[in-house]
Design a protein. Structure first.
Ligand SMILES: C[S@@+](CC[C@H](N)C(=O)[O-])C[C@H]1O[C@@H](n2cnc3c(N)ncnc32)[C@H](O)[C@@H]1O
Length: 201
């Protein structure tokens, strides 16, 4: 059985730390997201960024012309992300929301998860997948980035093999690709990641 990993108290973390110092802070659009948007010819529509944290990905997508809603369980993360978007004169609908008990009542063309699923304990994962499934339009996409089983550092979130991702998601999503990648951020040595493109069936 996999050891239970220590997941931060998110609100405490965002109150204590400047977001620019967090390991996942990355101002540019995630390269895997950018490539996949082109590959799947997604040029417009309503995107949901789950676990948006500093909001950098949501802001980058809004600047590209998408309509963006972005949620996080931490109120402080949402406040800081909103401030960042206002400073950049950029429109994103930032909402405090726990994906495991989501109050969102819309569906989206594309849901992004850059580092939220991999913070879920095993007993939370089915609820997470069900919630995400319900938030995506039929034939909409899920872009998911998580730590890869190839990542060896001790600390941090859960890691997954492509087979594990397939076993979690394949009953509800068509899995188009799962590729080995990295998690860009403030670590000198970028953590190894999986990048997954899935379609709601
Ligand atoms: C590794 S960080 C990634 C942040 C952001 N996606 C990025 O790439 O910069 C994970 C984020 O998921 C959020 N999170 C954790 N559990 C959540 C939940 N149940 N509902 C919504 N957000 C959650 C955390 O507050 C944190 O901001």
């Amino acid at each position: 059985m996999t050891e239970k990993r220590e997941i931060p108290d998110w609100e405490e973390l965002y109150q204590k730390e400047p977001v620019e110092k967090l390991p996942w802070f990355y101002e540019e659009i995630d390269h895997d997201f950018a490539k996949a948007l082109t590959q799947w010819n997604i040029t417009a529509g309503h995107i949901l960024d789950i676990g948006t944290g500093p909001g950098t990905q949501a802001i980058a997508l809004a600047k590209m012309g998408f309509t963006v809603t972005a949620t996080d369980i931490s109120e402080t993360a949402i406040e800081k992300a909103l401030l960042r978007s206002q400073e950049m004169d950029c429109q994103v609908d930032f909402i405090k929301d726990d994906i495991l008990n989501t109050q969102l009542d819309k569906t989206f063309n594309l849901v992004l998860d850059r580092g939220c699923f991999h913070t879920m304990h095993s007993e939370q994962r089915q609820d997470f997948i069900k919630a995400v499934y319900n938030l995506i339009e039929p034939k909409g996409y899920l872009f998911l980035k998580c730590f890869s089983h190839l990542e060896t550092r001790e600390e941090g979130p859960y890691r997954f093999t492509p087979e594990e991702i397939t076993s979690y998601f394949a009953s509800q999503f068509k899995i188009h690709s799962i590729s080995q990648s990295v998690f860009h951020g403030t670590h000198e040595d970028f953590p190894k990641a999986l990048f997954c493109v899935m379609e709601k069936v």
